[in-house]
Design a binder for this molecule. Structure first.
Ligand code: SF4
Ligand code: SF4
Length: 492
């Protein structure tokens, strides 16, 4: 009896409208609360991805004329960062790679192949290393310029998602392998929404804990990523899959507005993750994505060619990989280690807390730099999106024409969605938003930890200076002529 009434609450008694809770909104909220909404979104993206792969493999080899390169490197990246800025991790919510993952999971269960992820792999070290390798290959093979390689990367991604979840439980692919997922987790630290409980008293009184254990009555699984709602804080590792929402028998979970990046100001013990400040692997992932924001943008401006030429002359080689390797070693290892160590050292010195380990201070404050780095990703990807979004029209026309439909003469002159003069100001707004976030979070971390205002201020100053240096470096990069990759105007 109890269970039936509970199901009734879940299905018919909706939480009242709350402007801060997207799941209570009409139409959008109603759709998202439909248990199969996620599958529907995934299926749509899967079909689009199928066209992308098809065109990438057999379509025109020129990047600006092929769906694979245009959609992947211009539209996907642009939509993802804008969604992360305005809402949250919407790509993971609608992720087409979930379908092969799910197939693998079921196959693994049926064949008895599934096991827990080995303890040694339960961290972000592997995926942080994979990210560095990916960014290296991206530059080395000019992936944005090759429809064929882009199509194979997407295909490989499907196969990897299928294989990993065939053999491992607990959303292993999303949590420990998926590069896109890590980018989304990192960026969603600065997003304005979060999946969280509506009323903590309801959770305290709840016995079933279906949000984590799964709802036996409806067959809805609980959170695969072990984010138990009662102790969940923030967006790290949350795929916005809504499984917890569908499983909770008390309709107690919403998609709720919050202050962006506020989750970085404190460091509680988080369900499924633990404390940020205790995890070097998580800090390493954040550092990789922070410095990748700069290296990825640096790779598209003219000074990088002069630098590569200088290194090549110095090494006496004409091959690209040795000079790229040096740039990556400096960018991903030497520079982060030097900057974070020096900043942590001065932070400790000024705060007078000489007994604190340097590593602890670095881990505590590194997360404060995440909003600034997200601002750089935003400024970079928005540039490509704003200069090339309308390319989708002629590329789709061309694709349809090649597929036997008459879609008219492709309008290759289409591309930018805003006048060229708007680009830099828009990028600057994103960068200043990032700076503001980093300064606010950094100071709040210091206040929360040191309690005494003047000590906190002194501990924060070096991190504030580093944030300003990051802003200056980003403005310098954005000020350089940037390749309009993947567009007709870029001449790729
Ligand atoms: S979120 Fe729902 S299922 Fe989970 S503890 Fe709270 S009330 Fe129970
Ligand atoms: S908490 Fe878990 S189940 Fe809920 S949306 Fe996030 S990843 Fe999905």
């Amino acid at each position: 009896m109890m269970s039936q009434s509970v199901v009734k609450i879940n299905q018919f008694d909706r939480a009242p409208f709350n402007a801060k809770d997207i799941l209570t909104w009409p139409i959008i909220g109603t759709f998202l609360r439909w248990r199969y909404s996620r599958r529907a979104m995934q299926a749509v993206l899967l079909i689009i991805t199928g066209f992308i792969i098809f065109d990438g493999l057999i379509g025109p080899p020129q990047a600006p004329k092929n769906l694979a390169t245009v959609v992947t490197w211009i539209h996907y990246r642009g939509f993802v960062v804008l969604a992360l800025l305005l809402v949250g991790n919407l790509f993971c919510m609608a992720c087409p790679f979930m379908l092969p993952r799910e197939m693998g999971r079921r196959l693994g269960q049926v064949l008895g192949l599934q096991r827990s992820v080995p303890h040694v792999l339960r961290s972000k070290w592997l995926v942080a290393a994979l990210l560095v390798i990916y960014f290296f290959l991206f530059e080395l093979y000019d992936l944005w310029a090759s429809p064929w390689l882009t199509a194979w990367i997407i295909t490989g991604y499907f196969l990897t998602a299928f294989a990993v979840d065939t053999f491992f439980r607990g959303a292993a692919f999303c949590k420990y392998v998926c590069l896109l997922g890590q980018f989304n987790f990192f960026s969603s630290l600065s997003s304005p929404t979060e999946i969280k409980t509506r009323n903590s008293d309801t959770c305290a009184a709840c016995r079933a804990k279906d949000c984590i254990a799964g709802n036996k009555l409806t067959g809805q699984r609980g959170c695969e990523l072990w984010l138990f709602q009662q102790n969940k804080t923030g967006n790290m590792d949350c795929t916005f899959c809504l499984d917890c929402v569908y499983a909770c028998p008390h309709d107690n979970i919403g998609l709720i507005a919050r202050i962006p990046a506020a989750e970085l100001c404190t460091d509680p013990r988080r369900a499924g993750i633990g404390q940020f400040g205790r995890r070097w692997d998580l800090a390493a992932l954040v550092v990789v994505l922070m410095f990748a924001a700069y290296l990825n943008a640096f790779g598209m401006i003219t000074p990088v060619y002069a630098l590569q030429q200088t290194i090549s002359t110095w090494l006496n080689t004409t091959r690209e990989w040795p000079n790229l390797l040096i740039i990556f070693i400096v960018g991903f290892a030497i520079l982060p280690a030097a900057l974070l160590s020096a900043t942590g050292f001065f932070s400790r010195l000024l705060s007078g807390q000489s007994q604190e380990p340097l590593g602890l201070i670095i881990r505590r404050f590194t997360y404060a730099l995440a909003p600034m780095a997200f601002g750089v990703w935003l400024a970079h990807y928005a540039f490509h999106f704003l200069t090339g979004a309308l390319t989708l029209i002629p590329v789709t026309q061309s694709f349809l024409n090649d597929s036997g439909f008459n879609a008219g003469q492709p309008q290759w002159q289409l591309g930018p969605v805003v006048p060229a003069g708007w680009l830099f100001p828009i990028q600057i707004i994103f960068l200043y938003l990032g700076l503001f976030g980093s300064l606010a979070v950094g100071f709040q971390i210091a206040i929360n930890h040191y309690k005494v205002r003047h000590i906190a201020l002194r501990a924060f100053v070096p991190w504030g200076i580093l944030s300003l240096l990051m802003l200056a470096a980003a403005i310098w990069i954005m000020f350089q002529p940037m390749e309009m990759r993947g567009t007709i105007f870029g001449g790729v």
